[in-house]
Design a protein around this ligand. Structure first.
Ligand code: C5J
Length: 220
């Protein structure tokens, strides 16, 4: 068993029963010309976490733990994108529109691929999710249960949207989850800070938080 002096108290886990879940580190959110930028955001804020994510992924692979990558992705006919999501807000390009990296948030398009630095390797799980949460309409829970996974380590973007939603979904399904604070980011720094605080408040009401350095130290 491994233990991290996490916030608000120690997080103890068995690597064999733990998955690293990397939320939506896809070009759509991290690179210019994707969905994130069409919503008016500065994507360089998110790109800044890539080195810490890379170090963590490399250490987790070395430890032999399960890796799950997610992508926010829709079918080409958008039949899995409800009008409420499609028509929300006032982006310069909507989901399904053609952008500089192909159709926005559509499966198989260049912009929908996980960034090169964190590209999945053979044996890792890749989940395409139509919602913000990784458990909605994906089969993720069943796959994790089949593999005996009880604990989840989260990183990815954005902290208060897809990461937080996925951690809350995981919590309600009985997983113990830890968020790696320096491996997650928001287009709004104050939203990240609040999301981190609220998830670990009230005795880890949603889950724990720690730094990637603490995880790496525990894995040695
Ligand atoms: C958003 C995400 N923010 N991956 N998606 O729309 O957080």
């Amino acid at each position: 068993m491994k233990s991290i002096d996490a916030n608000p108290f120690a997080f103890t886990f068995d690597v064999a029963k733990t998955a690293l879940v990397i939320i939506d580190m896809q070009r759509d959110f991290i690179e210019p010309g994707g969905f994130g930028e069409t919503l008016g955001n500065d994507v360089s804020l998110l790109a800044a976490i890539v080195p810490a994510c890379q170090r963590t992924l490399a250490a987790w692979r070395q430890a032999g733990g399960l890796v799950v990558h997610t992508r926010e992705a829709h079918d080409a006919d958008l039949s899995d994108c409800p009008p409420a999501k499609l028509n929300r807000g006032n982006p310069t390009l909507r989901i399904g529109d053609a952008g500089p990296m192909g159709r926005i948030l559509v499966k198989g398009e260049p912009g929908n691929q996980i960034i090169e630095a964190l590209a999945p390797v053979a044996g890792e799980v890749v989940i395409d999710k139509p919602g913000k949460g990784a458990f909605y309409a994906t089969g993720l829970h069943e796959m994790l249960r089949q593999r005996g996974i009880t604990h989840l380590l989260f990183m990815g973007v954005t902290t208060e949207v897809c990461v937080q939603t996925s951690m809350r979904e995981a919590n309600d399904r009985g997983y113990d989850s830890l968020l790696l604070e320096d491996c997650t980011e928001s287009y709004f720094p104050q939203f990240k800070a609040s999301a981190v605080e609220m998830m670990r408040a009230q005795g880890a009401i949603v889950g724990w938080t720690a730094t990637s350095e603490q995880l790496l130290a525990a894995l040695h």
